[in-house]
Design a protein around this ligand. Structure first.
Ligand code: ZN
Length: 349
């Protein structure tokens, strides 16, 4: 078997078959203490792809942090081929402040590729892009919904990139949404550099949500299997085959008021079905919210308050909606079972 060479990362050398922890300097606090991004590199004995798995580019999106932590402490990672570059918290400053943004109020995921002499966000983006992203051959970026908004576990990918599309299917989240590249996103910079990159969106900001976390850990593992970084597991039960949404759209509050939603994540809705109600605090009856088209709920607000025009449901449309309903149902059942299973900690050699 071909022996892997050492992996050079952040001016250090990681020997084959070892792990190393790094602290990537990204600037300082007002108190002039350094701020750094914690990174773990797991370098296999056998050569292979270099996969970046990163989370919390939006500092309040926490599920991905726990996904990365669990991946790093999974026993199966001991037999990795190639290299895993794991970054649980990219936006450390945002995470400290429990916010999506950086202290300069910029969204880090709109500031890539960044520049050395740009804004605070631009400089951090530049450091992360040149020192971390460009060390990888593939990438998975972990996100959640915003505060008070939950996403059904889903992959966002630009389907024009066949390698990224392959990763999206391998991940095994029930729904794949074709998401054209946004200016300034890590995904966009990855695509420009020829690094296939997918985004996993699951759960809500500032929460740990077990189904989303379990689905994320399994997804990372499955992508690593499909890239040849891990031996493919024999699966006893049927594998969920993700369905690609034809399109997706937000349903918005028809007026301001107090909101009651009748549908949960993953529910099928039919055109003209009543899916919610909005009313004033003294009203007997409110205004009904009707579904403008059929589909599946892939995102929704958890807050019973809305101003007119605020997004209430995110609905994905499918060519074969019944197939999509089955896939989502299977995923949810499987993840509920998985959540109950014991998590195996790493065996230290
Ligand atoms: Zn995000």
């Amino acid at each position: 078997m071909l022996k892997a060479g050492s992996f050079e990362f952040l001016d250090e050398v990681v020997a084959p078959g070892t792990r190393k922890i790094f602290n990537l300097a990204i600037g300082g606090l007002y108190t002039q203490k350094d701020i750094s991004v914690p990174i773990a590199v797991v370098h296999g004995k056998v050569p292979g792809p270099r996969l970046l798995v990163c989370a919390a580019i939006h500092g309040d999106e926490l599920n991905g942090i726990e996904i990365v932590r669990r991946v790093l402490h999974s026993s199966w990672l001991n037999n990795v081929r190639g290299t895993l570059i794991a970054v649980p918290v990219v936006n450390v400053l945002g995470c400290i402040q429990r916010t999506r943004y950086l202290p300069d109020r910029r969204d880090l995921n709109r500031c890539f590729p960044g520049s050395m002499d740009g804004s605070l966000a631009g400089r951090i983006a530049h450091i992360f892009n040149t020192k971390v992203l460009q060390s990888a051959t593939h990438a998975i970026d972990l996100h959640t919904g915003a505060i008070d908004r939950s996403n059904l576990p889903q992959i966002r990918v630009h389907l024009a990139s066949p390698k990224a599309e392959e990763m999206a299917h391998a991940f095994g989240a029930p729904v794949i949404v074709n998401a054209p590249i946004r200016d300034g996103s890590l995904r966009g910079t990855g695509e420009d550099l020829g690094i296939p990159i997918i985004t996993y969106e699951a759960g809500e900001a500032l929460r740990y949500e077990e189904q989303s976390i379990a689905g994320g850990v399994r997804g990372v593992r499955r992508v690593m299997e499909s890239l040849g970084m891990l031996t493919m597991r024999k699966r006893g039960r049927k594998i969920v085959k993700p369905v690609v949404a034809r399109s997706s759209a937000w349903i918005r509050a028809p007026e301001s008021g107090f909101l009651t939603l009748y549908c949960s994540l993953g529910d099928r809705i039919r055109a003209d079905e009543t899916i919610g109600m909005i009313c004033g605090p003294l009203d007997d009856e409110g205004v009904l919210i009707k579904a403008p088209h059929s589909g599946i709920v892939i995102g929704r607000t958890n807050l019973p308050l809305a101003y007119e025009g605020e997004a209430v449901y995110h609905i994905a449309r499918f060519d074969k909606v019944t197939e999509a309903v089955d896939v989502v149902g299977e995923f949810q059942t499987h993840m509920q079972e998985r959540s109950a299973e014991q998590f195996t900690p790493i065996q230290n050699a």
